[in-house]
Design a protein around this ligand. Sequence first.
Ligand code: AGP
Length: 596
Amino acid sequence: MCGIVGYIGEKQAAPILLDGLAKLEYRGYDSAGLAVYDEGKITVRRAVGKLVNLVEKTEEGRAVKGTLGIGHTRWATHGKPNEKNAHPHTGSRFSLVHNGIIENEAELRRRFLSDTEFASETDTEVIVRLMDKFTADGEAVDVAIMHLIDVLEGSYALAIIDSLDGEHMYAVKNKSPLLVGKGDGFNMIGSDAMAMIAHTEWFYEIHDKEFAVVSRDGVEIFTSYSQKVSREPYKAELDLSDISKGTYPHYTIKEIEEQPLVLRRIMQEYMDENGELSVPEEILADLRECDKIYIVACGTSYHAGIIGKHFFEKISGKPADSFVASEFVYNMPLLSEKPFFIFISQSGETADSRAVLVKIKQMGHKALTITNVKGSTLSREADHTLLLYAGPEIAVASTKAYSAQVAVLAILAAALKNNIGINLKYELALVANTIESLCGDKELFSRLAKEYIVPSRNCFYIGRGEDYYVCLEAALKLKEISYIQTEGFAAGELKHGTIALIEKDTPVVAIITQANTQLNTRSNVKEVLSRGAKVIRIAMKSVSSHGDQIVVGDVHEILSPLVSVVPAQYLAYYSALHLGCDIDKPRNLAKSVTVE
Ligand code: AGP
């Protein structure tokens, strides 16, 4: 996902833009650039690859003068990741940066820009050329922006500066995230609060098809039909210490080891000192009213949703199912009479999930969003929100957010049923302590990763029931940061074909925590061993046996995913470390995928 920063104030803009872009590096990108206004002229500098290339090109910003500017980190969608396609894109008058995809760019080129010479392959350049054209045709800037909103189809977060105006910059938004940061004597624009938190903790939300006119001492927000919006800024619950690595070499390992803290924070937020669960009654009422829960998410959040389905059916006795958002929106199953939707999204900005939310809201159904980002799109557009309280998750590979999602789902499922027969506060506290003890086994995880996994180009995770659900997440973790092709597989299903792939030294990791299936999984382990596999067994103590290389402490069986996933997270981390991968920012990936 691209990163956007804008600044207008009394200080030199370029260093502030570079610092803001550095705070957005975690989102994933392949080029960067900035444009700064100074005395009637806009200077643009762009660089391919890491941000450090732009920092060097602009001498840490010193070489580009001016107190008004915009910056961008690009994750290529239209056009290769090269300097020509990097943002900002500049026309005869305006310069702008864009996050999103313009779906009707070809039609716009034909309709408005048939005689325009384009310098890039991007859809973004179409936007800046339209601004040039509309204003050249006599439209004022705000009218031209409203005209843009009228003709653009797709997702866009824009920051725009005008070479004829050193007093304003413009923020325009539809579907892609964008905020305005409110300062004292300055104001900013950013893709998220992270880019601006070093300067302000007050932000204005911009809603879809709105635009903001931002000056040094004011912010005015308008609808696409020029109606002024009065909206109070909100205070972000972020602080700079949240977004630094501290003594850790990578955010990924820091966030793996923050999981006990996150679980304890969640217990504070959703339980009182006696362990009574506190979930808003209106959410429970909607859940009780429905006849089936539809859980919709992507990636790791989808894997948490599978466990959530299991919780709702096993703990609350409520029918539930979980779905990949990108499939659901185009292949919606036959819905029950009274469906209720739960969207799980760390970022709260995932376009695939949001597309489903828009559709089910149009159908008149209700939704809850479980997210880590207060005020995110999926949070604002659902009927209810439950926060993860996991703190900013910087690493692209989600770890602490996954555990937070599973924990919040367990609490929600338990709150739905008056008495679930277990003391959830005690059991979650035990989980937190058990995870904490695993932090002491790093050397073991590193050695196993090096001996069993790193030498191979593929790997399998196998398990049954809850263990299988964790295998899906374990496999995603390993492949997305070490690039080793990995599959999470139902242990009993392996022999129905896929076992043909097992050969000498193929690494297989078996997850064994459930008393009722442990013997079955152990016989599946024997099947792969007899075909030459090298097996790592992750077992819960009460069902462990001699030779299990990783034994995790006993917790309540239904909460075992919270514990058994942790060794898998470590194995992924150390495999990637031994392979010299870019662990926090894996190739091709973005932290939040805000395009469909
Ligand atoms: C997780 O490790 C991945 N980075 C990815 O699968 C992620 O979980 C997915 O894109 C969903 O993101 P969200 O939770 O912000 O909606």
